[in-house]
Design a protein around this ligand. Structure first.
Ligand SMILES: NC(=O)C1=CN([C@@H]2O[C@H](COP(=O)(O)OP(=O)(O)OC[C@H]3O[C@@H](n4cnc5c(N)ncnc54)[C@H](O)[C@@H]3O)[C@@H](O)[C@H]2O)C=CC1
Ligand SMILES: CC(C)CC(=O)C(=O)O
Ligand SMILES: [Mg+2]
Length: 352
C-alpha cells in the first residue's frame, strides 16, 4: 500500500502530520509512506509548485494524502508558478474528475453550526463536485484593451462526456445512499449549465431508481441554509461545488471537519486510485501556530482506506474515533475550544 504524502504549505503540514500518525497507528500490513514537495514549498525548493519528481511519485502511488497549498510569499508570481496550480495540476494530470465531499453533523456539534441546532441535526449530505473542467481549466488570460483598460477572462466550458462521467458518479453515489440526487447549475443563464442539465437528464434514464431534482446555484445556496435536510447527494460543477462545500462546512460547524476524496477511473490492486485532502486551504492566518483542526485530514485518510484500499472496517474505525472525540468535547479554536492540532490528534489516537 504505497501512499504519497504531500503536506504542502501553511497548516497543510500540521494537519497531514496528524493523519499520518493515525494511519501508522493502524498497523496496516505493507503500508509504505513517501513524502513529496508541492505548492509554495516546492516552488521555493525546486522552482516549480508541482515538480516532475512529485508528479512521478504521485503516479507511482496507490493513493495520495494531500494537505493544502498556498502561501502569501507567492502572491505576485505568474499564475503558472503559483502554489494552487499544484493541486489543479495533480487533479488534471491524474484524471481525478470526481470529488466527493461528505458533510454530516457530528453528535455534540449541533450548537456549533451556523444554523439552528434543529436544522443542523438534519444534515447528512454528499457533494459530488466535477474536478477537471469549468473555469479553473478553460482558456484564461489578461490583456490591456485599446482603451487602456485591463481585461481578464476565464472560459467556462464543459463537454458532454465530462458531464456524463460526473453525472454517473453522482447517480452511483445516490444509489448507495438514499437515492435522491439534486443537480445544481445555472441553466437559466449559462450555456454550460444548459448542457449540464440536458446531459444529467439523459443520464437519469439509466438510473430510474434515483429521484432527480434540479436547482439553480443561487437558490441551492439559500436552501442549504434554510433546509439542509432536503439534500442527500448534490451533483454540481467545479466552481459551484467549491463554493457550496465551504458553505456546507459551516452548516456542520467548521471547515476543519470536511474531508474529500478525488477519484478517477484508474484501478489499482487495492481499489480506486485517489487523492485525499481536507476541503480547506493552507490558512495562512493560523499557520505555524499549532491551532488548525486536523480532523478533516484524518477523515480524508479514512476516505482513502475506504475508496483506495477497500478497507471499510479501518475507515469506519477512524471515523468512529473522530466522532467519539467530538462527543467527548474535544475542540480546537474553530469549534470554540482551546486544544491545538497535536492535542486533537492525540485525542483521536487515544480513542482509536
Ligand atoms: N486544496 C487546496 O490546497 C486549497 C488551497 N487554498 C489556498 O489556501 C490559501 C488560503 O485560502 P483561504 O481562502 O484563506 O481559505 P482557507 O480554507 O485556507 O481558510 C479559510 C478560513 O478557515 C480557517 N481554517 C481553514 N482550515 C482550518 C482548520 N483545519 N482548522 C481551523 N481553521 C481553519 C482559516 O484559519 C481561515 O480563517 C490560499 O492560498 C488559497 O488559494 C484554498 C482552498 C483549497
Ligand atoms: C485551489 C482551489 C481551486 C482549491 C479549492 O478551493 C478547493 O478545491 O476547494
Ligand atoms: Mg475550496
Amino acid at each position: 500500500m504505497k501512499i504519497a504524502v504531500f503536506p504542502g504549505d501553511g497548516i497543510g503540514s500540521e494537519v497531514t502530520r496528524e493523519a499520518v500518525r493515525v494511519l501508522e497507528a493502524l498497523d496496516l500490513p505493507g503500508l509504505t509512506l513517501f513524502e513529496g514537495d508541492v505548492g509554495a514549498i516546492a516552488y521555493h525548493r525546486h522552482g516549480h509548485p508541482l515538480p516532475q519528481e512529485t508528479l512521478a511519485m504521485a503516479k507511482a502511488a496507490d493513493a495520495i494524502l494531500f494537505g493544502a497549498v498556498g502561501d502569501p510569499s507567492c502572491d505576485n508570481l505568474e499564475r503558472h508558478l503559483r502554489p494552487e496550480q499544484a493541486v489543479l495540476g495533480l487533479r488534471s494530470e491524474l484524471g481525478l474528475f470526481s470529488n466527493l465531499r461528505p458533510a454530516t453533523v457530528f453528535a455534540g456539534l449541533e450548537d456549533m453550526s451556523g444554523l439552528r441546532p434543529e436544522l443542523a441535526r438534519t444534515i447528512d449530505m454528499l457533494i459530488v463536485r466535477e474536478l477537471n473542467g469549468d473555469v479553473y481549466f478553460g482558456d484564461k488570460g489578461m490583456r490591456t484593451t485599446a482603451d487602456g483598460q485591463r481585461e481578464g477572462w476565464d472560459m467556462m466550458s464543459y463537454s458532454e462526456s465530462e458531464v456524463r462521467r460526473i453525472a454517473n458518479s453522482g447517480f452511483q453515489a445516490a444509489r448507495k445512499r438514499s437515492s435522491r440526487l439534486c443537480s445544481v447549475d445555472k441553466a437559466n443563464v449559462l450555456e454550460t449549465s444548459q448542457l449540464w442539465r440536458d446531459v444529467v437528464i439523459e443520464t437519469a434514464a439509466e438510473y430510474p431508481d434515483v429521484e432527480l431534482s434540479h436547482l439553480y446555484v443561487d437558490n441551492a445556496a439559500m436552501q442549504l441554509v434554510k433546509d439542509p435536510g432536503q439534500f442527500d447527494v448534490i451533483l454540481t460543477g467545479n466552481l459551484f461545488g467549491d463554493i457550496l462545500s465551504d458553505l456546507a462546512s459551516m452548516c456542520v460547524g467548521s471547515i476543519g471537519l470536511l474531508a474529500s476524496a478525488s477519484l478517477g477511473e484508474r484501478e489499482t490492486d487495492f481499489g480506486t486510485f485517489g487523492l485525499y485532502e481536507p476541503i480547506h486551504g493552507s490558512a495562512p492566518d493560523i499557520a505555524g501556530q499549532g491551532k488548525a483542526n486536523p480532523m478533516a485530514t484524518i477523515l480524508s485518510a479514512a476516505m482513502m482506506l475506504r475508496h483506495s484500499f477497500g478497507d471499510e472496517a479501518q475507515a469506519a474505525r477512524i471515523e468512529a474515533a473522530v466522532a467519539m472525540a467530538l462527543a467527548d468535547g474535544i475542540r480546537g479554536g474553530d469549534l470554540g475550544g482551546k486544544l491545538g492540532t497535536s492535542a486533537i490528534g492525540d485525542a483521536v489516537l487515544e480513542r482509536l
